[in-house]
Design a protein around this ligand. Structure first.
Ligand SMILES: Nc1ncnc2c1ncn2[C@@H]1O[C@H](COP(=O)(O)OP(=O)(O)OP(=O)(O)O)[C@@H](O)[C@H]1O
Ligand SMILES: [Mg+2]
Length: 364
């Protein structure tokens, strides 16, 4: 009898000791001062630091942009009410990011209140389906606007033509009115053309990606009244890639122009390139990519437009038509690429991914 209970006891101890080590969920235990007292191997991997290095660190210092506010954890300690947040983006000090689900619960160890944080990394499949959904939404809003723009364009041409004919019948004084009709019709045609978006297929040629960034840099730096500091951080080893120079230049220019319009005097814009492997682009696995980042240290994208940022006619700027980013997205997609954005106050990063090599080893 006693040997069975001994075995049970050993088994229990073994479960207690080994289970956290085998879990895929990252576990972090905090004491009441919110400092780290325990991490399992999955948490060491997630936080890219060993238990020894993490031990006794305040949890808020582990992340560049802490995903959980100190006040919420303090509240958990007093109320004991656990919470869960899904789709949380964690940013580390090297600016790499992961998306996780976080659950926080309270527990007592040695009669002292503690917090258990569980981090579950959102798997690639889920990330791909989120991206595919966003892509679908973007496509349908773009198609809707295009359809509408198309319907407006035809009668607008008729209206302008009729005003032109009518003006021939009128005195010079009366022509003032038809001129106004023509002027406003031209203004609308301009807008409608922008709404219709790029209508020519890209002229692809294999070349160095930095040509595009250097052109944009020169164009903007030529007239730089805000004295913005430009940092060019290029990876010269990136191989040549097929793209349409004008189109990609327009895509990058729209993004840089936005930053220039929004940031204050003396702020900085970084143009960065890197090669990146194993990425997903709108649901496709891509083995090798060119990654172009346009980063500014301005105020950040207003929260209320972040989810619909690339949709046409979304703007938070006085006199903005909200078409620049939608056009950039179309131009990047014409290159089978992806444009995304991550923003918080003080750091806005637009990321263009262009495929160099698909998963099945085909060169793009
Ligand atoms: N780097 C940035 N920092 C902060 N907000 C930004 C940044 N880039 C874009 N935005 C926000 O995104 C909105 C949409 O940009 P978008 O280029 O599509 O339209 P717009 O600049 O308003 O008008 P348009 O480009 O058509 O003249 C902007 O109005 C601005 O509020
Ligand atoms: Mg713009």
């Amino acid at each position: 009898m006693s040997s069975i209970s001994n075995r049970d006891r050993q088994l229990k101890l073994s479960y207690q000791q080994k289970l956290p080590n085998q879990m895929v969920t990252a576990l972090v235990v905090l004491d009441s001062q919110l400092t780290i007292k325990y991490v399992n191997p999955a948490a060491e991997a997630l936080l890219v630091k060993s238990f020894n290095k993490l031990y006794d660190l305040p949890i808020t210092t582990v992340f560049y942009n802490s995903p959980i506010k100190k006040e919420r954890l303090e509240q958990l300690l007093t109320s004991g009410q656990e919470f869960s947040d899904s789709d949380v983006t964690i940013e580390f000090f090297d600016h790499s990011r992961i998306t996780v689900e976080i659950t926080a619960s309270s527990v007592e160890f040695s009669k002292q209140p503690h917090i258990i944080l569980e981090f579950k990394q959102i798997d690639q499949q889920k990330q791909m389906s989120i991206e595919a959904f966003q892509h679908q939404q973007w496509e349908s809003s773009r198609d809707l606007i295009r359809g509408l723009a198309h319907e407006i364009k035809n009668p607008l041409g008729g209206l302008r033509g009729a005003a032109q004919l009518l003006s021939k019948e009128l005195t010079q004084e009366q022509q003032e009115y038809t001129e106004m009709i023509i002027e406003q019709a031209d203004r609308l045609t301009n807008l409608v053309d922008k709404l219709l978006g790029p209508n020519q297929l890209p002229q692809m040629a294999k070349q160095n990606i930095h040509i595009v960034l250097e052109k944009v840099f020169k164009l903007i730096n030529f007239n730089n009244p805000k004295n913005i500091k430009f940092i060019r951080d290029y990876d010269p080893s990136i191989p040549e890639i097929s793209f349409d120079q004008d189109k990609l230049q327009q895509a990058v220019l729209n993004i840089v122009n936005n930053a220039v319009q929004i940031i204050d005097e003396g702020c900085k814009i970084t143009l960065k390139t890197r090669a990146a492997s194993n990425k997903t682009i709108n649901g496709r696995r891509v083995k090798l990519c060119v990654q172009i980042s346009i980063i500014d240290n301005g105020p950040g994208i207003p929260k209320k437009i972040q989810d619909t940022l690339f949709y046409p006619m979304v703007s938070a700027r006085d006199n903005g038509t909200g078409l620049g980013l939608s056009i950039s997205q179309t131009l990047v997609q014409q290159h089978k690429g992806k444009l995304s954005c991550y923003s918080r106050p003080g750091h806005t990063e637009f990321l263009i991914l262009l495929p160099l090599q698909e998963e099945n080893n085909n060169e793009c």
